[in-house]
Design a protein around this ligand. Structure first.
Ligand SMILES: Cc1cc2nc3c(=O)[nH]c(=O)nc-3n(C[C@H](O)[C@H](O)[C@H](O)COP(=O)(O)OP(=O)(O)OC[C@H]3O[C@@H](n4cnc5c(N)ncnc54)[C@H](O)[C@@H]3O)c2cc1C
Length: 386
């Protein structure tokens, strides 16, 4: 087993780090404080440089590299600037990959070039007010009416809602209950009957748009069905790709909090000595190093085994759960090591802790990942229903 990155991967990682640190890091804290979305021209620039098409096919402008390449880039951007990293995350591991893997050639041709160029973003809308962890309880439905689909229902928590041009909407496409009736439809912003609530700014993810989404007899052409009823399992297999992107955003938080802490403890003096001289500080740092390294290896294993295809569910849930909790725990330790400065918005540590909770809930909570891990490990479905 070889854990060395190839020269291509190292070069990609170095170029991403240089750009992210030089151009995006200086803006990251202001964008977070002011809840500023990544400006469109910056997103297009990322597109021109090839960062938005890393995993998407060449015929649509991408470079179709394996998932690990994109995750290396996402980590470098996420350490510097969550807003820029989120654009790469959305394009390289988000709903666009579902179109690539499960859509028709016409659908790919129609929607992927804009994502690769940064002219449009694509969000995924699964969660609803009464269907979060129990995603198969979702109620939003799409009924065929002639050569159109008519959608009714609402979505909550969708990252990008109100701002994105394209929405991959999980919905009921048949009368069958549970997962069997669920598929996915692509809804373009501006479709009649589609509306958004006011922008919501949460505890973290402040550079990402959130709003409730409403479908009131929302009409889209019938050929916007990406996955028909019965395709929920396939949709969630593809969603594992996004979960590894999520895990990588968490990994970046842990690594950045660790790097900041390492620099801080050798510089900060108390009792006439750098605090790094105290054994209790060393033990905390050691835990941060171990957790961060382990999270990276779990993500790299899952991504490496996925190549340009689907990740293994067990490996994905193990990596996501572990990385999410690592980001939270390492950011919390970093805050302690920084004393009062950790709590101050003048330092990025408090932002990292806030964001770590967002990644932990988004894409399925650690509890739900544990349930999935056990079900995969035992090879037997662990039903949560009474
Ligand atoms: C920052 C952020 C970004 C998001 N982005 C998106 C997005 O882009 N698209 C989208 O569709 N959704 C998105 N979500 C929604 C996210 O996927 C859901 O919030 C998540 O799946 C949890 O659902 P819920 O909030 O309804 O909580 P609930 O499902 O109500 O869970 C509440 C608590 O109960 C626990 N729980 C639930 N069921 C069980 C069980 N069987 N056993 C034990 N404990 C259980 C959960 O672990 C949790 O602790 C986002 C959320 C956040 C916070």
């Amino acid at each position: 087993m070889d854990f060395t990155l190839s020269s291509d991967q190292e070069e990609l990682r170095r170029a991403a780090r240089d750009l992210a640190q030089a151009e995006f890091a200086p803006r990251a804290e202001r964008w977070d404080r002011d809840a500023t979305l990544l400006p469109d021209e910056q997103r297009r620039r990322l597109g021109e440089l090839g960062y938005l098409g890393l995993t998407l096919p060449e015929e649509y402008g991408g470079s179709h590299t394996p998932l690990l390449h994109a995750l290396l880039v996402i980590e470098e951007f996420a350490k510097a600037c969550p807003a820029a990293a989120f654009a790469i995350f959305e394009a390289c591991v988000g709903a666009a990959r579902v179109i690539e893997l499960l859509g028709t050639p016409e659908q790919r041709e129609r929607w992927l070039p804009a994502v690769v160029a940064g002219d449009g973003t694509m969000a995924v809308a699964i969660s609803e007010p009464d269907a979060g962890s129990a995603a198969t309880d979702l109620q939003t439905e799409a009924r065929v009416d002639g050569d159109e689909l008519v959608l009714n229902g609402s979505k909550r928590w969708c990252s990008g809602a109100g701002h994105s041009e394209l929405y991959l909407v999980y919905c009921r496409l048949s009368d069958e209950r549970g997962a069997s009736g669920i598929g996915a439809v692509l809804v373009e912003k501006g479709s009649p009957g589609l509306s958004f609530g006011p922008r919501q700014v949460h505890m973290g993810f402040r550079s990402v748009a959130h709003a409730d989404i409403f479908f009131d007899d929302c009409r889209v052409p019938a050929d916007h069905v990406i996955v028909p009823a019965g395709g929920f399992k396939r949709l969630f297999s593809a969603f594992s790709i996004e979960r590894l992107g999520n895990a990588t955003m968490s990994l970046a938080i842990a690594q950045a909090a660790l790097d900041r802490s390492a620099a801080y403890v050798v510089e900060r003096e108390q009792f006439g000595r750098p605090i790094a001289d105290f054994q209790a500080i060393q033990l905390a740092l050691a835990d941060m190093v171990m957790r961060t390294e382990a999270a990276r290896l779990l993500i790299w294993r899952a991504a490496s085994n996925a190549g340009t295809g689907y990740p293994v569910t067990l490996e994905t849930s193990v990596a996501k759960c572990y990385a999410n909790e690592t980001a939270r725990d390492v950011a919390a330790l970093a805050m302690e090591l920084h004393g009062g400065y950790g709590y101050s918005p003048e330092y990025p540590i408090e932002r990292m802790l806030r964001d770590s909770y967002g990644w932990l809930v988004a894409g399925g909570t650690p509890t739900m990942q544990r349930i999935r891990i056990v079900s995969e490990f035992l090879g037997r479905r662990v039903s949560q229903r009474g």
